[in-house]
Design a binder for this molecule. Sequence first.
Ligand code: 5GP
Ligand code: MN
Length: 343
Amino acid sequence: MKRETIERLRRRLGDASLKVAIVPHISADGDAAGACSALWQVFDRLGIPAKVLTCDYFPDYLKWLKRVPDAISFQNRPGECKQWLQEAGLLCMIDHNTFAREGDLEPFTRCFQGEVLMIDHHPDPIEVTYRFSDTRLSATCELLYTLITRLWGKSIIDTGIANALYTGISTDTGGFNHNCSRPATYRVVADLLARGLEKEHVHDQLYQRNTLSRLRLEGHCLLNKMMVEERYPLAIIPITLQELETFHFKDGDLEGIVNMPLTIEQVLVSVQVTERKERVKFSFRSKGDIPVNAWAKRFFNGGGHRNAAGGQLELPLEECLQRLRESAAWFFDEHVAGKGTQF
Ligand code: 5GP
Ligand code: MN
């Protein structure tokens, strides 16, 4: 984290007339929502006028986070979003590395007139005015903790902010499973506990709120849908729109299912292919140094992290599955094998 960038940002935030727009990525997850919540609370404490603008909606399971219910969605309040983007002098790009991840907001954020602050941990970030981006970090929330405390000291962190930051670190690491082998991550968590983090409460909100239909959907995916390929160490879970309706799908209900096949020893890559109304969404997960973001980028208009990536195609589900199987040959036989990884 460059000191010079922090000092420039500090001066900018000291401008009494500054208004701030905070934008998470499309289909916000715990890390994006946690970071938006934490940053908004910090701006509240400092008296800096800020609003969180979303291109879609935060999922219900994250609505307990402070300030998250106050976010303005472009879907039902487009005028307010456009107006705030006109008035704001600083746009905070949270947990993503390009405007292309901002859905219907993209045309308006792309031509934003003010300065842009990026807080993120994805590879290949675009150039912006103040860029804080580090792929080594477990979560955007871990990076945000460091930025906030460098700017204003630890005392600015209260229980609400600690709960939000912890939400991002916990969810982006799959409950401290992956991407969290650096001691620094645990020092951040220790500090959050010292600042009033309600760990049991957060866990309860995040992990103990299953509905019966969500649990049944999970069971259905594992029992009836998961396929393990013979040629490759690959599991595929296709999910149709009809199935989502049958199980009364709500945003967030599929969270975590794609990780489950990786608990099988010989499965190194898991892909969930979900049919949505306008497109088919791909979720990729892998173990070790298998870079599924390369697969998502090359064939599925996507990208992401080495071990967790996503993409989408506007094609029928069957054709999507066909493309997945065909491109598996490129991915495993050429790309992965070419890099010397054994499987
Ligand atoms: P998920 O499978 O949870 O939707 O996404 C996993 C990760 O992949 C996200 O954290 C994000 O970094 C990345 N990702 C998901 N969808 C897309 C996409 O359409 N484009 C890009 N570039 N990255 C994506
Ligand atoms: Mn993240």
